[in-house]
Write a protein that binds this ligand. Sequence first.
Ligand code: PBG
Length: 330
Amino acid sequence: MYPYNRYRRLRSSEAIRSLVSENALSVNDFIVPLFIVEGENIKEEINSMPNYYRYSLDLVEEEVKEIWSLGLKSVLLFVKADENKKDNLGTEALNPDGLMQRAIKTIKKAVPEILVMTDVALDPFSSVGHDGIVKNGEIVNDETAEVLAEMALSHAQAGADFVAPSDMMDGRILKMRTKLEQEGFYNTGIMSYSAKYASAFYGPFRDALDSAPVNVKDVPKDKKTYQMNPANRKEAISETLADIEEGADIVMVKPGLCYLDIVRDLANTIDVPIAVYQVSGEYAMLKAAAEKGWLDHDAVMLEQLTAIKRAGASLIASYFAKDVAKLLKP
Ligand code: PBG
């Protein structure tokens, strides 16, 4: 009771504030998303993601070396498939010599200790821009999950440490885990996008990979039949518990900031590590406001990421990872 309790005592200097700080960001928290394209000597900036790039394989080597030298220990790979390689079945996703499979090998060779995580979903390889196979206007669940399990296996065979299914089909974790076990990849981890919302914040990412749903007849225009309704909270717990039961090692909430109540619900409910994906739209918003001089870039970035951690995330996939690592460097 006041005046015996004065909360400002614990805020009165930087030293005491840091001593009683409940959370702190560290380079150990971050996963760096990487966009990869075919070709050589390519480092092209993504239009709606200032200072974020797509790399060809020759240049990605240097990039992962830099990432590693900053103390960051894991990357999450996305590839931009050539348009002529795309079809409704996402066939190219299973090509043992496909861009993803080559990227995994290239990165593992450049920095053997780095943890390589790979995106598993059909959208970059889909001629219609969906995470699954489309039949009669429907994204078919079980058939898609079979392909995704093959895709996960293919990534594991190429050397991926973790596969990260971002598709939201029902039962895909069980199919993947079973396949990996059967083929002897029992050490391959699964980081499941378990509570992934049908969010408008993914726009810049779809620009980066040219992977948005196409606007043609009999193809759903959005991903609302598989990604979650932003209005729902309890459903996130059921989805996540199901993924853990099916064999996920790490679960994920996505996007970040608008969904921190979900992160906290899960942190209070489950014991496995929770990842948060701070998505492309969140990155773009801050970059745009900072460019206009309306927000202090670094201060807002650190505040947002700290909030994600405080909510209960043990790891964060973020396009700001390198910026933060540079700031945190002693
Ligand atoms: C697709 C995928 C998306 C993201 C990661 N994997 C986009 C989508 O679901 O349409 C979004 C990441 C971001 O916006 O940063 N499987």
